[in-house]
Design a protein around this ligand. Sequence first.
Ligand code: HEM
Length: 223
Amino acid sequence: MKWSEIFTSSVGKKWIIALTGLFLITFLIVHAGLNACIWVNDGGTMFNAGAHFMGSTVVIRIVEVGLMLGFVLHIVQGIMLEIQNRRTRKIGYAVAMGNKGSKWYSRSMGLLGTLILIFLVIHLSHFWIPNRSNQGWLLGEEINLYERMKITFQELWVVIVYVVGCISLAWHLLHGFQSAFRTIGVTNKKYLKMLNALGTGFSIIVPFVFALMPISFYLGWIK
Ligand code: HEM
């Protein structure tokens, strides 16, 4: 494959989607871990200290630019691959395979990705955008993110949007996690079996932990 084909061939696109996907998975682990401090139930002291570290450290703010770039590349290449696949599918099979060929969520990565994107836009407008605009371009005063969460998650419709976002994330990861390793060339059956099990656990536990956050605030489990 030529360098120029990284963005245009379907193999190149799959590689970019896989590598950015794995990077985004590591982000999810850090994000869920830091957010889990809300359950210390100390009025947000520990969570806000962690959030302050993430929001006021220059190196992490530079990594944040990489994160946003990772999201953009993952989404753009995902959309392009989906369009390409739809075009070939039109020529495609005489008989639809349904669930025999693949799971429904493997065939619905575009739809699930779109739901996550809608969730992400709403989510960033709740916390990240107000926080960064309050801070100014670099390292000014941050907002109290814990208090902001408490207020945001008083509304049932917001909690529902977050839970639907997390369920979409779970289905998306259920295919994406193991698919990324196949794309980058893991072919060993034993390793693939292990990665499948790990991916299934990750795809259920991490979105479940995320979904529990707005629910915990809404139900008053944390003050
Ligand atoms: C459902 C429970 C979640 C809660 C309560 C939550 C909470 C937060 C908060 C408070 C921030 C602001 C951080 C800051 O401004 O420094 C944030 C940032 C962010 N969240 Fe979430 N989040 C959740 C789930 C997710 C999920 C599932 C994703 C991805 C699919 C996600 C992606 C992001 C991104 C990209 C940022 C900006 C990261 C940055 O600071 O650079 N979040 N989240």
